[in-house]
Design a binder for this molecule. Structure first.
Ligand code: SF4
Length: 115
């Protein structure tokens, strides 16, 4: 599922502890300019994202934000200090790890049943 951060009502995060999250007060810093307005220069984007990541680093909702982002898989923006691509990588790593753990558990249960 791909989601535009700016289109999200973010009820989950607001319910957690987002009252003071900086990204709510300056969404463009985390989401970037409206894509319809044209491309953002790569240097400008990098500088903007670095600032957004610094803000995320001190956000009390960072853990909840990361879990939410992994669930909704945003296609752009900075979430919990990560880009959309980085979030996709975290989500993929988590899925692979959980799959490996399930296989290990199933194997252990198989051998425990055979004993
Ligand atoms: S961690 Fe960053 S993107 Fe997430 S709620 Fe906090 S400031 Fe916003």
């Amino acid at each position: 599922m791909n989601v535009q951060p700016s289109s999200l009502p973010l009820p989950d995060l607001r319910d957690e502890c987002l009252e003071d999250a900086e990204c709510l007060f300056d969404p463009e810093l985390h989401n970037g300019p409206d894509p319809a307005a044209g491309d953002e220069h790569p240097d400008v984007r990098t500088a903007r994202e670095d600032i957004a990541k610094d803000i995320c680093a001190t956000c009390p909702a960072q853990v909840a934000c990361l879990e939410y982002a992994i669930r909704v898989r945003p296609v752009r923006g900075i979430w919990a200090g990560l880009t959309a691509d980085e979030i996709a990588q975290v989500a993929m790593s988590r899925t692979e790890r959980e799959s490996t753990e399930r296989e290990s558990t199933n194997t252990n249960e198989f051998y425990a049943g055979a004993a």
